[in-house]
Write a protein that binds this ligand. Sequence first.
Ligand code: ZN
Length: 329
Amino acid sequence: MRHGRIVTPKDLPERTARLLKALADLHIPVTASQEDDEAARLKVHTAGFLHYLSTAWERWQALPDHGPEVWPNTFPYWSGRPEDRARPDCPAEHILAQTGWYLGDLSVSLGPDSWRSIRASANTAVAAADAIAADRGVAYALCRPSGHHARADRASGFCFLNNTAIAAQRLRQTFDRVAILDVDAHHGDGTQQIFYSRQDVLTISVHADPANYYPFFTGYEGERGTGAGDGFNLNLPLVHGATGDAMFAAVDRAAEAIRAFRADVVVIALGFDTHARDPIGVLKLESADFAGIATRVRELNLPMLVVQEGGYAIDAIGDCLTAFLTALS
Ligand SMILES: [Zn+2]
């Protein structure tokens, strides 16, 4: 639903096919995660939210005259304040009540295979985190659906489980200090919320100015963390129309903060919707600019987990990934 209209979805399965092809062309071996790790999900998300996601489709089928997808038609009050933590579980039992409580907007409809995909995406991030915990190298998690808009208790913006946050939390088993750098075009609002009061995970997001761009309500420079996490969140909004140079300057600032934090490992939340041809984008990067981002993060010389977030220009995303991974290695 966009501007009052049902529109053609932008997050298409073809995205994954294009990214897999880029990996094959680079001769990068691909492995599928084998384990379904519920414990890893529970370390980041609330039990009520996970129970909802895992049962919603089946319960929706029991509604009289149910539609083809699970969609909310109630919207309980939510302040949008970044310091607000996870809410208590939904007090009501009805599927419509819980759908309003747990699905934050109209971009996160659920179908018969959604939970399987959502779980597989999170499991992929966990497996990639375990790989770099073992070899201290570099791994890329080809996640779909994306994760960085998912809060501890709320899906939104094409995101259900926060793959990046789940992976970062997993890395804390091995590393003391984890830095997350989100370079998707949209503010990583879910990731920010999950770690907002913590000092062991530094969260940095470079994104298009949210005053006129999703997710609108967060992503401003004044959001620095709260309590023990005060000073451990950094937002670097870019003016709409910004090109690679503005992104590079922001990544340089982020790298400086990651060094000052003395991070042991870095998680890159990598979106390609900063590309000039992205159908929902407002920034103007070219495919080759992703090499410039990778060069800068490589200079940190730390173990690195790259988690796929957004990017919807089907004909460009393979080139973006190729440029990024080639420069990273
Ligand atoms: Zn995005």
